[in-house]
Design a protein around this ligand. Sequence first.
Ligand SMILES: CC(C)(COP(=O)(O)OP(=O)(O)OC[C@H]1O[C@@H](n2cnc3c(N)ncnc32)[C@H](O)[C@@H]1OP(=O)(O)O)[C@@H](O)C(=O)NCCC(=O)NCCS
Length: 140
Amino acid sequence: MSILQLDVKPEQRNLIASNAKSIAEAYFNKDAWFRAIYADNIPVGFVMISDSSLKYKSNPNHKPSYFLWRFMIDAKFQGKGYGKDAMTLVINHVRNRPYAKELLLSHSKSDGNAGEFYKKCGFEYTGREISDELLMSLKW
Ligand SMILES: CC(C)(COP(=O)(O)OP(=O)(O)OC[C@H]1O[C@@H](n2cnc3c(N)ncnc32)[C@H](O)[C@@H]1OP(=O)(O)O)[C@@H](O)C(=O)NCCC(=O)NCCS
């Protein structure tokens, strides 16, 4: 199965862009870092972060920021712990990036949103919103 075929449940499609759109965006954004999520040899999901240290690596004065841009597990593979395991790997990746002290994300307010999932991964609400989405943060 290709990464482009991975899809969320029909009722979740309003929560996240398709992987095709995300991968196209990634090629036009220098801060995009994106990976497929595999369980053994099987692709089960997709993650993309905005890592501003990639975009501004030639600017020594830039203070990098890290933002979870897309995160999905295919409908067939949800509820098996893959999301949480993959998030642990993503957090470890970000922790090792330059000057990384925080990973931010925002999620939709719509029913079925991933807020509870993110709380279980250690994120906390900041009380702020961005583009009508709730902003969460994980600091270390
Ligand atoms: C959110 C998502 C990535 C979770 O992936 P997953 O592999 O199903 O999650 P896990 O099986 O690792 O679940 C980990 C825990 O979070 C809980 N959880 C997962 N999704 C949840 C949801 N939408 N609402 C409430 N709890 C949720 C699980 O019950 C589990 O709890 P437990 O540890 O107490 O048993 C997946 O449901 C998804 O792709 N959703 C659609 C896309 C989306 O909304 N992405 C986020 C955009 S901001």
